[in-house]
Design a protein around this ligand. Structure first.
Ligand code: GLN
Length: 201
């Protein structure tokens, strides 16, 4: 069997180790991304959950905004979970008042509403239906955002309690919940399979 695709996990803060473990369980090779040079040779990049305001500050400090945009423009696939999805969004609502505006990659044509399901105490685990998966997926929501507006090119993959919680736009996937905190690998499998070399026939 040939080696799996090399995939990066943005490792500035948050739940990046869990993504790493899930990807490795599926045979992918994983690089923890902290500096622009770490993006070399990757086919995809996961932006994990955590605290989007902290991650945004570290993205600035490590000069990652431009390189991640370039990575996407060059064909690299992106998947943001929770805070990672906030980093991808064109517009962010609910930034802390002292920030006013929250920086983001603006690659995904959505307006994301932070903390759309309440405060930390309102974290919960449920099952959601995701288009493309044949059975419900367990999903952990932790101060999760929701996609309040989705642009024309954005496909809604999943909704929960009337709110859109998973979307796809071309090579970008975004989920408001944390699939890496459950034992169900199907979304990671979808992402990894997209990045495998086509099998020669
Ligand atoms: N509410 C957090 C934020 O805005 C996201 C929470 C999470 O990633 N679990 O960054």
């Amino acid at each position: 069997m040939s080696a799996g695709p090399r995939i990066g996990v943005l490792a500035l803060q948050g739940a990046y180790r869990e993504h790493r473990q899930r990807l490795e369980a599926l045979g992918a090779q994983v690089t923890e991304v902290r500096l622009p040079g770490d993006l070399a040779g990757l086919r995809g990049l996961i932006l994990p959950g955590g605290e989007s305001t902290t991650m945004a500050r570290l993205m600035t400090e490590y000069r990652l905004w431009g390189p991640v945009r370039d990575f996407h423009a060059a064909g690299g696939h992106l998947w943001g979970t929770c805070a990672g999805a906030i980093l991808l969004a064109r517009e962010v609502q609910g930034a802390p008042p002292q920030f006013g505006h929250q920086d983001s990659l603006a690659l995904l044509d959505v307006t994301v509403q932070r903390n759309a399901f309440g405060r930390q105490i309102d974290s919960f685990t449920t099952e959601v239906r995701v288009s493309g998966l044949d059975a419900p997926l367990p999903a952990v929501f932790i101060r999760a955002p929701a996609f309040a507006r989705t642009g024309e090119g954005v496909e809604r993959l999943c909704s929960y309690e009337g709110q859109t919680v998973a979307v796809r736009q071309g090579t970008i996937l975004a989920t408001a919940f944390h699939p890496e905190l459950t034992g169900d690998l199907r979304l990671h499998e979808l992402f990894v399979n997209e990045l495998r070399e086509p099998v020669a026939s």
